[in-house]
Design a binder for this molecule. Structure first.
Ligand SMILES: Cc1ncc(COP(=O)(O)O)c(C=O)c1O
Length: 427
C-alpha cells in the first residue's frame, strides 16, 4: 500500500482500473445491505424479551408504592424507575421525570415549550424574540437539526474536537444574545463517539451566555452504552453547574431505546428544580400520565443502575464484533492510503469516517449503486450541508456480521474509487 498522493499519473490510472474492477464485481452481485441508521439488531431485541414477561397477571401490576399501573395517574413516573436513572446519571429522584418512549419527543416538547412559553425565568417566549439561534456541534445528530429547522431556529456550526465542542469558539458564539441554546451528545457522541473531557464539561457548566434564557440540551443518549471494557467516563455536569449556579441551563435527557426497545422503551429528563416545575406545569396540560406499565416492566427487569450496566454488557457482546469488523476493515483497506480518517469509539452506536474533501457524496452514491445504503452524506450537518463534503456516519449495529464484512469492503472500495477519481480529475 502506498499514499495515494505520492502516486505518479500512470500509477494513479492503473490503481483506478484495479479498484474499479473490484468494485464492479461487487456491483454485479445485487447486494442489499444497510448501514444507515443506528438501530439495534434483531438479536439485541430478542435479548430483551424478558421485559415483556415481568408484568402480567401472575407478577401483578402494582408499583412499590402500591400504585395500580394499569390506571391513570402519576405525572412524573414511578419512583423505582426514577431510581434507576437517578443512580446511573448521578442525580436525585426529584430531578427526574420519567416520560414516554422517546427522549427525542422530550427534546421536541421542551423546545416547543420554550418557543411558546419561554424558559420560565421572566424572559419572553423565544418565538417573540425575533431571529434566534442555536450552537450546533458538528458533525452531529441529524434529528437535533431537524427539530431546530422545524422551529425555524438558525443553526451555527461549532467544530467538534476529540474533547467535545470547540469550547473557545462556543464561548465566543454565546456572547450573541440571540443564541439561545445548544444540543449536544456528551458521551459517545453521534456520530464520532467522542466523550467530552472533564475540562469541556466544566467550561460548559461555566458558560456565561449573553442570553439568560440560554439552554443546553444534554442528550445523554449513550450514557451506559460501553462496548469495550475500558469505556469512557463522562463527568457529571450537574454538580459542576451547581458550583456555578447554572443548573437551570442544563436539560439532560436519556432513554432505554438502545437498552430495551427503540419505540417501546422508557425516556427521562433530568433537570433542576425550576426546570422540573416548568416541565410539570406543561405536562399537567398535556397528559394525565405516561405508560406506567412499561415503566414497571423496565424497573422490574433492570432493578437499579448496576442491573442496567449488567444488562448493557450483553449488548456489548453483540456489538463488539461489529465495531471490530468496521475498525479492522478500515485499517486494513485504507490504513496506508492517506485518503481517510475515522474515529475509534469505545461505545455508542457509530463510527465517523472522513474521506477526501468533496468526496463524501460520491462515496455514498457509489455504495448505493453497489447495494450498500449509508446515511446520506451531509446528514451530520445542519441543513444537510457538510461544507467540505467529507463526513460519513457508519452505523454497524443492524447488519449481521457477514453483511457487515461485505458492506465494509464495498465502502472502502468506494472511498478509494472516489479519491482516485478526484486525484485523476485534478491532474
Ligand atoms: C444522540 C441521540 N439522541 C436521541 C436519539 C433517539 O432517542 P429516543 O429513541 O429516546 O427518542 C438517538 C437515536 O439514535 C440518538 O442517537
Amino acid at each position: 500500500m502506498v499514499l495515494y498522493s505520492k502516486l505518479s499519473s500512470e500509477q494513479l490510472h492503473a490503481k483506478f482500473e484495479e479498484i474499479k474492477q473490484l468494485y464492479d464485481e461487487f456491483k454485479d452481485k445485487g447486494l442489499d445491505l444497510n448501514m444507515a441508521r443506528g438501530k439495534p439488531s434483531p438479536a439485541q431485541l430478542d435479548m430483551s424479551m424478558d421485559i415483556f414477561d415481568s408484568v402480567n397477571a401472575l407478577n401483578g401490576y402494582s408499583a412499590e408504592d402500591g400504585t395500580d399501573c394499569r390506571n391513570y395517574g402519576n405525572l412524573t413516573g414511578l419512583e423505582e424507575c426514577k431510581t434507576i436513572f437517578a443512580q446511573a446519571l448521578g442525580v436525585q429522584n426529584d430531578n427526574i421525570i420519567v416520560c414516554g418512549n422517546s427522549s427525542l419527543n422530550i427534546m421536541f416538547d421542551y423546545i416547543s415549550q420554550c418557543m411558546t412559553h419561554g424558559t420560565g425565568n421572566g424572559n419572553k417566549p423565544w418565538m417573540l424574540q425575533g431571529n434566534i439561534k442555536f450552537a450546533c456541534p458538528v458533525p452531529g445528530y441529524d434529528r437535533h437539526f431537524s427539530i431546530l429547522e422545524y422551529f425555524g431556529i438558525e443553526m451555527i456550526n461549532i467544530p467538534m474536537l476529540e474533547t467535545g465542542p470547540d469550547i473557545d469558539v462556543l464561548e465566543e458564539v454565546v456572547m450573541d444574545p440571540s443564541v439561545k441554546g445548544m444540543f449536544c451528545v456528551p458521551k459517545y457522541s453521534n456520530p464520532q463517539g467522542y466523550t467530552f473531557s472533564d475540562e469541556t464539561v466544566k467550561r460548559i457548566a461555566a458558560l456565561k451566555p449573553a442570553a439568560n434564557d440560554f439552554r443546553i440540551i444534554w442528550d445523554n443518549a449513550y450514557f451506559v452504552h460501553d462496548i469495550y471494557e475500558d469505556g469512557d467516563t463522562l463527568l457529571n455536569i450537574f454538580p459542576e453547574a451547581a458550583k456555578r449556579g447554572t443548573e437551570d441551563m442544563i436539560i439532560e435527557v436519556a432513554s432505554t431505546s438502545k437498552v430495551s426497545f427503540p419505540g417501546a422503551g422508557v425516556a427521562v429528563v433530568s433537570a433542576s428544580e425550576n426546570n422540573v416545575r416548568m416541565f410539570k406545569q406543561r405536562m399537567n396540560a398535556q397528559i394525565i400520565g405516561h405508560d406506567k406499565i412499561n415503566q414497571l416492566r423496565h424497573a422490574r427487569v433492570l432493578k437499579d443502575a448496576n442491573g442496567l450496566r449488567e444488562y448493557m454488557k450483553r449488548h456489548a457482546v453483540i456489538l463488539k464484533p461489529k465495531f471490530d469488523i468496521v475498525l479492522q476493515t478500515l485499517e486494513r483497506d485504507l490504513g496506508e492510503c492517506g485518503i481517510a480518517t475515522w474515529t475509534k469509539p469505545k461505545g455508542g452506536y457509530f463510527v465517523s469516517l472522513d474521506v477526501m474533501e468533496g468526496c463524501a457524496k460520491r462515496v455514498v452514491e457509489l455504495c448505493r449503486r453497489a447495494g450498500v445504503v449509508l446515511t446520506n452524506a451531509g446528514a451530520t450537518y445542519p441543513y444537510g450541508k457538510d461544507p467540505k463534503d467529507t463526513n460519513i456516519r457508519i452505523a454497524p449495529s443492524f447488519p449481521s456480521l457477514d453483511e457487515l464484512r461485505q458492506a465494509m469492503v464495498i465502502l472502502c472500495l468506494a472511498v478509494k474509487l472516489a479519491a482516485l477519481e478526484k486525484l485523476i480529475d485534478e491532474e
